[in-house]
Design a protein around this ligand. Structure first.
Ligand code: C2E
Ligand code: CA
Ligand code: CA
Length: 918
């Protein structure tokens, strides 16, 4: 069913607008009609108001005028009626005048020409009343009241009119009584009457002459237009006319119209508001209903039009809601029905599909299996209850030597590598015996080319209901390539590339497991001596060859993996785990074999090498319970052998630990110190014995280690020598000393010399001479200002290279001093053999000479001898004047000691030189 919601929507939407339009139209029409009516009504109202006002004004004026007229008539009548009481006409007129209001003068003219007047005023003597119009006109019309034209009154000079009447009085006949009425008075009266704001009254006499007018100018004029006046009235021949000012009318009309319209518009507005409310009240529910319907159209049957009303619209909405609700109920039911239907149809389809697939599958499977058998890289096999191989993929198994027919499991096993055989049997029997999920085994198998390939064998056994084995099938896959990769990866992770020995991480893992499982044994830690020099001098290729040679020799020696594990620990370090051996004697024997193997000469392509090693031995559990501690202790023992005891082998014991650790620490700190420039040089003055003038300085190294604090030269120089670090440190001292010497010589224009201590190890370095030369050149220092102090030592005695270097230096014009003379190996022979410029007598000998006359004599003769062969003598340790006295006796040349100054920094020396200069 389809609804035309568009139309409904349009109708719904325009309904409100339409109603609004309709009512607006009605209102507009209403306003127009009302406007017209109000207009007409206002007009009528105002006009009639003015008309009635004009009429009242006329009435009022008429009344006023009538009074004036009456008064005048009354005055005349009073004269006629009461003339018999008149004795004196003048006073008689006075009485009359007083009893009327609106007259200005009352007078009498006689036929004899007498003239009586009240109020009295000037009357010329020749004045004759009988010639006056009022007299003649009255005499002409006897018994009538005669009105005169307005005229200017002679006495008052104001406009006036006169009423006169001829009569006979008791004593006089043919008299005329006249009464003057001042027009100004009438005018004043008339002007008190107003019509609206500007409307007024006009008074005319019978000749259309204006007697009273708002505008004085108009008075006494003849107004022809009087006939146009509609509002007029005749009073005794006078005409009173009312003039309504149209401006007044218009204004009043406009005011009234505006007020009425305003009121009316307000009313209409309120009406409109009311109307809108009514429309909204009626239409809004319908709009809401429409919106709900739109939702329904979009398929939402759960909606409801939420409006409660008791009128017809309410009825409509309720009906709609009920309808929608029943539609919703129906649709849910329908949906459920539909889904049910759809589901059963789907099931039907699925069932059909499955059926079809199964049929297809069965058909294809047969084909596929045939293909797979032919193409597979795997061999498929089947075995019956008697372990007879009942099926083998034909192509695959041709690579092995198996009987053409009736091959068995035993035939197969015969081809398995000896090392794997037991394992294969174990896994196979386990699978059949324990009914495990599947059989999986990797092993080596001999092929027809007499090579072993790696096989992955997978299979599953079958059992009957009784649980008896009735057969097994599975596959074989050639995994040789994968295995090779695995081996490679394994080697990469655990073998050392160069020597093919196990690497450090493998060794550590293994040792850890071995120690943790409570085994006993020992570790031999061998470090090749001076391997760094071999590398430096002969290059890394030669170094590598030597390592490989040693590794090969050791591999043979420790081939038995049940007894040993050999590993290259790092660089030139080899480590051997000797399993289950603690016995010192047996160990000593093994270590001796090790040493022998290492020390066997190695023939290189150009030279042959005699290699030695330092070996540390540690035994467990005696020396430690964890692999880390054991390795550390082996290292300590090795270090002790190499650096301290200088033996080739050292068995770890607790006592060496602290010392070795300290030495190791210093060694590490020294390396750090070189990198971070932690070394300083202090200078101690050397003076001439005769003048006691400073002529030279001895450079003495100072070291503030960032990790260990201040350390005395005596505590680290020997370690620096043993580790070879002295080479670098020595150069640092030479460099700093030269920089210092240049500074002070330039600054003080002197030729101070400096003595620098040199270790014999430094002399072993072939490049030493060249390096010293380079530094001297760098600072532009004459070679003869530098003295190198050396101590007698085995190296100096035995090493040709050291001696050669010394002579090279001498040839460069550097001075050589023999330090610490009188201690150690001192021999006269050295005085002759070495290229010396001076000797420094050790302070202990100097001290001895003070108390021991033999020593004194010996020194005396040594000095004498030295002088003979042109060698200067320096006495060290001069701490007081006694030493100076003694030194003078012995005839030494120069003195050095605390008496002349302790070793101090550059700055202090400079300060001291400055003081001296000043
Ligand atoms: P040395 O060459 O015999 O240096 C003289 C040592 O005696 C210095 O000790 C110095 O401070 C000390 N000394 C000087 N005059 C007197 C004195 O009147 N009385 C006493 N009791 N001692 C005095 P220092 O500086 O501790 O040096 C110790 C040793 O360290 C030096 O002995 C030297 O063999 C070595 N050394 C110092 N600097 C270097 C260096 O740059 N290179 C090398 N290879 N060895 C150095
Ligand atoms: Ca010295
Ligand atoms: Ca010395």
């Amino acid at each position: 069913m389809k609804y035309n919601f568009g139309a409904i929507m349009f109708r719904g939407e325009s309904l409100k607008a339409k109603m609004r339009r309709g009512t607006a139209f009605i209102m507009a029409a209403f306003i127009a009609i009302m406007g017209l009516s109000v207009y007409a009504y206002s007009y009528y109202l105002v006009n009639s108001k003015y008309l009635s006002e004009a009429q009242s004004a006329i009435k009022y004026t008429e009344m006023l005028f009538y009074q004036t007229y009456e008064d005048a008539i009354r005055a005349i009548d009073m004269v006629q009626n009461h003339h018999d009481i008149a004795t004196d006409y003048a006073s008689f007129l006075n009485v009359i005048y007083d009893s009327v209001n609106h007259v200005s003068t009352v007078y009498i003219g006689t036929e004899t020409g007498e003239f009586y007047l009240y109020p009295k005023r000037f009357v010329p003597s020749h004045f004759d009343p009988r010639v006056r119009d009022w007299y003649t006109h009255a005499m002409d019309q006897k018994d009538s009241y005669v009105w005169s034209e307005p005229y200017v009154d002679i006495g008052t000079e104001e406009l006036a009119i006169t009423i006169s009447k001829a009569m006979n009085l008791s004593h006089l006949n043919n008299v005329v009584v006249g009464v003057d009425i001042l027009l100004t008075d009438i005018n004043r009266l008339v002007n008190t009457v107003a019509i609206g704001k500007n409307g007024y009254i006009i008074l005319y006499d019978s000749n259309q002459r204006i007697l009273a007018h708002k505008d004085d100018q108009m008075i006494n004029r003849i107004d022809e237009s009087i006939n146009d006046h509609s509002l007029k009235v005749n009073v005794h021949g006078f005409i009173i006319s009312a003039v309504i000012d149209q401006k007044d009318v218009n204004r009043d009309f406009f005011l009234l119209f505006s007020i009425l319209m305003l009121f009316f518009t307000g009313f209409v507005f309120i009406l409109d508001r009311f109307n809108i409310t009514m429309i909204n009240d009626m239409i809004d529910p319908i709009v809401k209903l429409k919106e709900t319907m739109v939702l329904v159209k979009e398929g939402d049957y759960s909606v409801k039009c939420d409006i409660k009303r008791s009128d017809e619209i309410g009825f409509l909405i309720d009906g709609f809601n009920e309808t929608i609700k029943s539609v919703l109920d129906n649709s849910i039911e329908m949906q459920a029905l539909y889904e049910e239907l759809y589901a059963s149809e789907e099931t039907l389809q699925d069932q059909y599909d499955t059926l079809f697939e199964h049929k297809e599958f069965i058909r294809k499977s047969e084909e596929r299996y045939k293909m797979i058998f032919e193409a597979s890289k795997e061999g498929l096999w089947e075995m019956d209850a008697n372990k007879q191989l009942s099926f083998l993929t034909p192509n695959w198994y041709t690579q092995f030597s198996l009987p053409d027919a009736n091959a068995t499991y035993e035939d197969w096993l015969a081809l398995v590598h000896d090392e794997d055989k037991d394992y294969v049997k174990l896994v196979f029997d386990d699978h059949i015996g324990n009914h495990s999920d599947r059989y999986l085994c990797e092993y080596r198998l001999l092929n027809k080319e007499n090579a072993y390939i790696w096989i992955e064998s997978v299979g599953k056994a079958r059992y009957n209901d009784m649980g008896d084995f009735i057969g097994m099938s599975g596959s074989h896959l050639d995994i040789t390539i994968r295995k090779n990769y695995e081996l490679k990866i394994y080697n990469m992770a655990y073998k050392d590339n160069l020597t093919k020995l196990y690497n450090r991480s493998y060794f550590e893992d293994y040792l850890k497991a071995f120690v943790n499982s409570g085994n006993t044994g020992c570790i031999l830690f061998a470090d090749i001596n001076n391997f760094k020099y071999i590398n430096d001098i002969y290059g890394h290729t030669v170094g590598d060859d030597i390592l490989v040679t040693i590794a090969n020799r050791l591999s043979h020696l420790f081939a038995d993996s049940k007894k040993y594990l050999l590993s290259r620990f790092s660089g030139d370090e080899f480590i051997i785990l000797v399993k289950h051996v603690e016995d010192k004697e047996l160990l000593t024997f093994i270590v001796a074999m090790l040493t022998k193997e290492i020390e066997k000469p190695i023939e290189g392509s150009h030279s042959h090498f005699k290699i030695s090693a330092s070996i540390g031995v540690t035994t467990f559990p005696k020396d430690g319970l964890s692999s880390e501690i054991l390795l550390q202790n082996a290292d300590i023992a090795m270090y002790h052998a190499k650096r301290v005891s200088r033996k080739s082998v050292y068995f770890y014991d607790e006592n060496i630990k602290a010392d070795a650790v300290k030495t190791m620490e210093i060694e590490n700190a020294l390396r750090h110190g070189i990198e971070n420039d932690e070394f300083l040089v202090h200078y101690q003055p050397i003076v001439d014995i005769h003048t006691e003038k400073m002529i030279s300085f001895e450079a003495l190294i100072r070291w503030h280690s960032s990790s260990l604090g201040f350390i005395y030269p005596n505590d680290f120089i020997s370690i620096a020598e043993r580790t070879g670090l002295i080479t670098d440190i020595g150069l640092i001292v030479i460099e700093k000393s030269c920089a210092f010497l240049k500074t002070i010589n330039e600054r003080f224009n002197e030729a101070f010399t400096v003595s620098i201590n040199i270790s014999a190890i430094q002399l072993l370095d072939e490049k030493f001479t060249r390096r010293v030369e380079a530094i001297l050149n760098k600072y532009d220092i004459p070679n003869h200002l530098i003295t190198l102090e050396i101590t007698e030592s085995m190296t100096l005695d035995s090493n040709e290279q050291a001696l050669r270097t010394l002579f090279d230096l001498k040839n460069l014009n550097l001075s050589i001093a023999l330090d610490d003379f009188g201690t150690g190996y001192s021999s006269f022979e050295n005085l002759i053999r070495l290229p010396l410029s001076s000797i420094k007598i050790d302070r202990s000998i100097m001290k001895d000479s003070m108390s021991n006359v033999h020593v004194f004599k010996l020194l005396e003769s040594i000095v004498e001898f030295a002088h003979k062969i042109n060698i200067d003598v320096v006495a060290e340790g001069i701490e007081n004047e006694d030493y100076v006295f003694m030194s003078k006796k012995i005839k030494v040349d120069f003195l050095q000691g605390y008496l002349f100054g302790k070793p101090v920094s550059e700055e202090e020396i400079i300060e001291r030189l400055n003081k001296k200069g000043g």
